[in-house]
Design a protein around this ligand. Structure first.
Ligand SMILES: NC(=O)c1ccc[n+]([C@@H]2O[C@H](COP(=O)([O-])OP(=O)(O)OC[C@H]3O[C@@H](n4cnc5c(N)ncnc54)[C@H](OP(=O)(O)O)[C@@H]3O)[C@@H](O)[C@H]2O)c1
Length: 256
């Protein structure tokens, strides 16, 4: 028996129109999971869904704005209509505010980043838990996508780093409170991988020196996250809750 199997698991992924979410959907669908992809750019979501279904997967796309309560409710309802009770929610949608410090962000930057990266995963988790309790399905699983900025400091990613550090704490507290409903809550904290979220830094002049701070001397690739993704979404992690797994080529233990 493959303890990392996700076959037939119903897994919903926020922010699946690009980057990690787009990749995660492919990894999980290829292993037999039934996946529901949500994001605002519905044409990108639909293109990915078509690709996954053409490859023999079971995928659906649903418009989702994680900052809109009605949209979150509609997303969860549409996912259940498609594939029944949801086994796993991956809170992956996230944004950054550009290369700004605590001094140069304004209130709208703060709200934009904190609402999407912190408030929305909490709200999604709350609504999901309510549905798990109401349906009597007997359990569930939430995977939050955090970041190594939760653990180390870097100039110019102020609200982003704050949101991810708080997400790690939210993961722990939610794990504590959700256990009685049979729901596990864990997080994955990736290091730097080139996507729209990391582009400002990774395509800057600073990038060549920055990479030298990574003990394994390279930025990540999407596939580097697959092991942790399959661990957290499968029953292989059945006695894990409140944990955050760092996958970063050793970046957070790079020498000072
Ligand atoms: N790349 C890295 O180095 C890195 C490292 C650590 C952690 N992360 C985290 O990984 C996650 C995915 O980011 P990424 O790197 O893959 O960047 P990305 O390609 O920009 O993906 C971000 C996703 O979030 C979605 N999103 C943003 N706001 C949303 C909203 N209001 N409602 C629904 N979806 C929304 C976007 O979709 P739409 O615009 O279509 O809505 C997009 O699909 C983020 O939480 C990020 O913080 C990234």
């Amino acid at each position: 028996m493959d303890i990392f199997s996700v076959e037939n698991k119903h897994i919903v992924i926020t922010g699946a129109s690009s980057g990690f979410g787009h990749h995660f959907a492919g990894v999980l669908a290829a292993r037999g999971a039934r996946v529901v992809l949500g994001a605002r750019r519905t044409e990108k979501v639909q293109a990915r869904v078509d690709e996954l279904n053409a490859a023999g997967g079971q995928a659906r796309g649903v418009a989702l704005d994680v900052n809109d309560a009605a949209s979150v409710d509609a997303f969860l309802a549409a996912a259940e209509d498609a594939f029944g009770p949801i086994d796993v929610v991956i809170n992956n949608a996230g944004v950054e505010a550009g290369a700004k410090t605590y001094l140069t962000i304004d209130e709208s930057d703060w709200d934009y980043v904190l609402d999407t990266n912190l408030k929305a995963p909490w709200f999604m988790g709350k609504r999901y838990t309510e549905r798990v309790i109401a349906s009597g399905q007997g359990g569930g699983n939430i995977v939050n996508i955090a970041s190594i900025t939760a653990y180390r400091t870097i100039k110019g990613q102020f609200p982003y780093a704050v949101s991810k550090a708080a997400m790690v704490k939210a993961t722990e507290v939610m794990a504590l409170e959700a256990a009685r409903y049979g729901i596990r809550v864990n997080a994955l904290a990736p290091g730097y991988i080139l996507t729209d979220v990391s582009r400002t830094l990774l395509e800057s002049e600073r990038s060549q020196t920055f990479v030298k701070g990574i003990p394994m001397r390279r930025y990540g690739e999407f596939e580097d996250l697959d092991g942790a993704l399959l661990l957290l979404t499968s029953d292989a992690s059945r006695w894990m809750t409140g944990s955050t797994i760092v996958v970063d080529g050793g970046h957070i233990c790079g020498e000072l």
